[in-house]
Design a protein. Structure first.
Length: 241
């Protein structure tokens, strides 16, 4: 999507708006057509369904654009920015700024708005939220729209650094790892988890080499899932009997 919009030589702000809007629309369609019919299925079924959707999207991208990497330019070029004797990639700084703004915006949204509070309630107990008058289906729809919009924006931001190809979706595995480390119920924890993933991969590359460095974070993932599935900052689930 970002590649198509940039090939049209549209201004970068319009590309951002288009990617976010169409990403949100795609999320709503996926939720309504593919997820809602099985929303009451076991969680494992939903996980498999979402992975299947990812494979379907990957196949469509391969057919449309091929498997060769494509590149798009960032909004500020590639010339490094010098500050305090250090060289900064302008695209990396742009990603950092956007990530900070989106994170702060989501924290405020989830804690200060009616819809955000409804999302938190539904995530804890959908049936109890329904009894309180919350329209659970509407919350699901908005949740998918917002999450896919953010995912589309993330893809647009990192594309100038890693290119666009059908395998770009594998980044979601690192996002999952960051969420597991920090805890699915903690946005600050997920931020710390993301930083931890980057540091772990960097040090692993030095200690075990580039060939095996990608294995180290996922070994940590398996250990955390066994011994602390709620993450380092997440609250443990308490079941009353």
């Amino acid at each position: 999507l970002a590649l198509i919009l940039t090939q049209l030589a549209l201004p970068y702000p319009i590309v951002i708006a288009g990617v976010v809007l169409l990403g949100a629309t795609g999320g709503v369609v996926i939720e309504r057509v593919l997820i809602r019919p099985i929303v009451k299925a076991p969680e494992f079924t939903l996980v498999i369904a979402t992975f299947a959707i990812g494979l379907l999207i990957k196949g469509v991208i391969s057919i449309r654009f091929g498997d060769s990497p494509n590149t798009i330019d960032g909004p500020f070029g590639t010339e490094p920015i010098m500050a305090a004797g250090l060289r900064f990639n302008p695209t990396s700084l742009w990603i950092f700024l956007c990530t900070a703004l989106v994170t702060i915006g989501m924290i405020l949204f989830l804690h200060s708005t009616r819809l955000g509070k409804a999302m938190r309630a539904v995530s804890v107990n959908p049936e109890a939220a329904r009894l309180m008058g919350i329209r659970v289906e509407t919350v699901y729809r908005w949740s998918w729209a917002i999450s896919t919009a953010i995912g589309a924006l993330a893809g647009l931001l990192v594309a100038p650094l890693i290119g666009i190809n059908p395998e770009i979706g594998q980044l979601i595995l690192r996002g999952l790892l960051a969420a597991v480390i920090g805890g699915f119920t903690s946005i600050p924890g997920a931020i710390v988890g993301g930083l931890a993933v980057g540091l772990i991969e960097t040090f692993a590359g030095v200690l075990v080499g580039s060939t095996f460095k990608n294995l180290v974070p996922f070994i940590l993932l398996m250990v955390l899932l066994v011994f602390r599935p709620q993450g380092l900052f997440g609250a443990a689930e308490i079941k009353r009997v």
